[in-house]
Design a protein around this ligand. Structure first.
Ligand code: NAD
Length: 272
């Protein structure tokens, strides 16, 4: 079910499938992508201050005619805005660009050393003030999470991480599960590389599906929330066709075995 949800540790329900809009240009491109996704039944949009398209996302939601409360909207706090006061200010600007009065999920985009604890205190305040339904982090590895939770009053409800068949990080998944932190995948389609992978192509043939369907289905069967990105109407619509088949346990293991511990994006221990 495309609109299906999983419950976060605080009881908020988060749709396990959504649209990512990184590199979708503000204006027509992102507006169309979000409207096509909503029309196709998506109810979860993932943006960020750093994507420079929050205004377009907000416009698309308004123009879609779908009630705001039916849509799960995520944004992220950018690195240069970390720190207690700066976070509170950046959050208000994000709300205003998105033309909304609350967020469903707000994430610390990257673990900026020396700053993420103050940043987290600001997220806790915004959460307690009722301006965000759930708060979380992105690109936090186990040691970042442990360090954050030592001083945190509220545990992060979500960690959004690079996750695909080349970077499985089972231990991190296990740690998140044990701590009630929902795992969410970024770059689930390996930024397009999934389409060239022989194993995924072969599995696609077996199930009469595309390699994208195979990976996205593998995400969900792993309990991982997934947000594939596309700005093409056809791809947005077709990527959601993953609810009419199930991968066997053996095929799940075949995909798990593709793990190369290889990142496509930056290393959370060493980013700009
Ligand atoms: P992705 O893995 O979702 O791949 C997107 C690429 O695949 C695009 O080039 C798109 O054109 C192509 N594509 C999508 N569907 C296709 C189809 N059916 N056929 C052919 N090509 C297709 O890449 P992503 O954008 O990096 O990741 C998804 C989302 O994750 C982002 O948009 C963003 O919201 C989020 N993200 C977060 C972080 C973070 O640091 N938190 C980092 C990267 C991405």
């Amino acid at each position: 079910n495309l609109q299906g949800t999983w419950e976060l540790s605080n009881g908020v329900r988060m749709p396990y499938f959504g649209l990512g809009v990184w590199k979708a240009e503000d204006g027509k491109e992102v507006i169309n992508a979000v409207k096509w996704a909503l029309a196709a039944g998506y109810r979860h949009i993932d943006t960020a201050k750093a994507y420079d398209n929050e205004e377009g996302v907000g416009k698309a939601i308004k123009e879609s005619g779908i009630p705001r409360e039916d849509i799960f909207l995520t944004s992220k706090l950018w690195n240069s805005d970390q720190g207690y006061e700066a976070t509170l200010e950046a959050f208000e600007k994000t709300l205003s660009r998105l033309d909304t009065d609350y967020l469903d999920l707000y994430l610390i985009h990257w673990p900026v050393e020396g700053k993420y604890k103050d940043t987290w205190r600001a997220l806790e305040k915004l959460y307690k003030d009722g301006k965000i339904k759930a708060i979380g982090v992105s690109n936090f590895l186990e040691h970042h999470l442990k360090d954050l939770m030592q001083d945190a009053e509220i545990k992060p409800m979500v960690d959004q991480l690079e996750f695909h068949p080349w970077l499985v990080q089972k231990d991190l998944q296990k740690f998140c599960k044990e701590n009630g932190i929902q795992y969410e995948a970024w770059s689930p389609l390996m930024q397009g590389k999934a389409f060239k992978n022989e194993t995924l192509k072969q599995l696609g043939e077996k199930y009469s599906k595309s390699p994208a369907h195979i990976v996205l289905r593998w995400d969900l069967q792993n309990g991982v929330i997934t947000i594939p990105k596309s700005t093409s109407k056809d791809h947005i619509e077709s990527n959601a066709a993953i609810f009419d088949f199930e991968l066997t346990e053996e095929d799940m293991q075949t995909i798990n075995a593709l793990d190369k511990h290889e990142r496509i994006g930056p290393d959370p221990d060493n980013f700009d």
